[in-house]
Design a protein around this ligand. Structure first.
Ligand SMILES: Cc1cc2nc3c(=O)[nH]c(=O)nc-3n(C[C@H](O)[C@H](O)[C@H](O)COP(=O)(O)O)c2cc1C
Length: 141
């Protein structure tokens, strides 16, 4: 079955807390494992960027559910492309709060980290979003 990757950005509603995000992750990891969906969720100052990878039908179905989720809004799909291999195969859903990095973690990434996750740069040049997500691939827990 055809594999795709999909990247979107969004903004959390004001009332979303860190523990709400932990709930989303717990739920996501269980559900994604069952559907063979992998990816990474970044959070920074109220904005999300998420990459989803997996079977096209399952990814599109999940993307639809996520788009209707009242915990965030302003969803912009940056990227939806067929892939041959996964880039985030280790993660049923990795998570990184990049608003909270140590100076060491920021090293060499300062250009990107000045920008909000839903910045026009990522919308006009989605490949930059992919590069950002990949930069954090090996740092997530
Ligand atoms: C930013 C964000 C990311 C999410 N990521 C996922 C995910 O990767 N997998 C998942 O199953 N649900 C994810 N969700 C939750 C879905 O929107 C939805 O609540 C969940 O799939 C449960 O749907 P159901 O009640 O129809 O089973 C996410 C929600 C938000 C706000």
């Amino acid at each position: 079955m055809a594999l795709i990757t999909l990247i979107y950005v969004s903004s959390a509603v004001r009332s979303v807390s860190y523990s709400d995000i932990q709930d989303i992750l717990r739920q996501s990891r269980e559900a994604n494992g069952k559907k063979g969906i992998t990816g990474l969720l970044l959070f920074q100052d109220g904005n999300f960027m998420q990459v989803l990878e997996g079977n096209a039908e399952f990814v599109d179905e999940l993307h639809q559910k996520i788009s209707n989720d009242p915990r965030h809004g302003g969803i912009i799909t940056l990227f939806r492309e067929p892939i041959l291999t996964r880039s985030f195969s280790d993660w049923k859903m990795g998570f990184k709060d990049i608003g909270d990095l140590t100076e060491d973690e920021k090293a060499g990434r300062s250009d990107y980290l000045e920008l909000p996750l839903n910045d026009a740069l990522y919308i006009s040049n989605p490949n930059e979003a992919f590069i950002l997500l990949q930069a954090f691939r090996n740092t997530v827990r």
